[in-house]
Unconditional design. Structure first.
Length: 255
């Protein structure tokens, strides 16, 4: 489900969408059960995996799907998953390729200019659905600390669906500064996007670190409760505070 689909379903309840996810039966249900989630995974294995890919060890593959959603949005370390799933590192790499090919996982690769201070290889991996993320993280009611991560997933879903592009990266340096998303438009400087649950106490230190390395380009903080966009300068960086609709409009607009 995209944001426009919420209107079609007669709901503008973002928290419900984040908690239940974007699969219509689960969004409409009071609360998806463990059995229903497992039935979806079993159907995915039978209809999408066995018919298209030569994979064995169903248990290990499904365990990987569960762990991936539980750690969704983090840096991907194949070795750790290999140990927990009791398969080789090569198998985990193959599993991830299958999930990416079937859009059950989104692999976001780093943006860099190959500087020694930047992360240049390690991807971040996002599960496809916030409902599965909540389920495998054991989240039954949204806490304040949950909303930011789930909003990041929701924004990524909108960027993919509405811009019809995979030109989304993230940025991180070796000091731990990180920008959620970097939009790489053809012939355009990199656009930095931070996903925040609220505009209060905004910290621009990550954006400032990014712009020291990559000076040109717009900076956005996309926030669900912004009703009217505004711009402020933080840490010497001009940041535009926008809602999701305004962000999509700005990214679509030609320079």
């Amino acid at each position: 489900m995209m944001s426009s689909d919420l209107v079609d379903f007669g709901s503008n309840d973002l928290e419900r969408r984040l908690l239940r996810g974007g699969l219509p039966p689960f969004f409409l249900a009071d609360a998806p059960t463990e059995r229903e989630m497992q039935e979806w995974l079993d159907s995915y294995w039978a209809k999408d995996i066995l018919e298209l890919f030569r994979l064995e060890r169903r248990h290990s593959f499904q365990r990987f799907v569960e762990l991936l959603h539980g750690q969704s949005g983090g840096l991907f370390e194949a070795t750790r998953f290999a140990r927990d799933c009791e398969v080789s590192r090569t198998s985990i790499t193959n599993y991830l390729a299958v999930l990416e090919a079937t859009f059950v996982a989104h692999v976001i690769r780093p943006y860099s200019a190959r500087r020694a201070t930047e992360i240049v290889a390690a991807p971040k991996v996002y599960g496809f659905d916030t409902g599965f993320v909540c389920h495998h993280r054991g989240v039954e009611r949204l806490r304040r600390e949950d909303v930011g991560l789930l909003w990041e997933h929701y924004v990524l879903n909108e960027l993919h669906a509405r811009l019809q592009t995979r030109a989304i990266r993230y940025w991180r340096d070796k000091r731990g500064h990180e920008v959620d998303f970097v939009f790489v438009g053809r012939g355009r400087p990199p656009t930095a996007i931070e996903c925040k649950a609220t505009s209060a106490n905004f910290d621009a230190s990550n954006l400032a670190a990014f712009r020291r390395a990559h000076p040109r380009g717009a900076n956005f903080a996309v926030i669900p409760d912004v009703k009217r966009g505004f711009a402020e300068t933080h840490a010497g960086v001009r940041v535009e505070f926008v809602d999701l609709e305004a962000l999509i409009h700005r990214l679509r607009a030609p320079d």
